[in-house]
Design a protein around this ligand. Structure first.
Ligand code: SF4
Length: 78
């Protein structure tokens, strides 16, 4: 669990599994406001502490574009 980082909107959490991330960088292209690639570790980095529900399509695109299945969206607990 220590290798999983998260950032949430009011309704969903975006999870990044650093064990799966292979540094392909697709997420950076899909959502440059949210992701950066660490050039030393070659792993994705979350740039923000939250996101809005209006940005869901962008986050969903990043999830869909990740070839390593390192990203997922999960509903927040009510
Ligand atoms: S697209 Fe997936 S594997 Fe590539 S850097 Fe982003 S999270 Fe990592």
């Amino acid at each position: 669990m220590a290798n999983r980082v998260t950032v949430s909107s009011p309704t969903e959490t975006l999870e990044l599994d650093l064990e799966r991330c292979n540094g392909y960088g697709n997420c950076v292209f899909a959502a440059p406001d949210m992701f950066e690639l660490d050039l030393v570790s070659n792993l994705a980095v979350l740039l923000r502490e939250d996101w809005s529900d209006d940005e869901r399509a962008t986050m969903a695109a990043a999830v869909a574009d990740c070839p390593a299945a390192a990203l997922r969206l999960v509903p927040r607990e009510a």
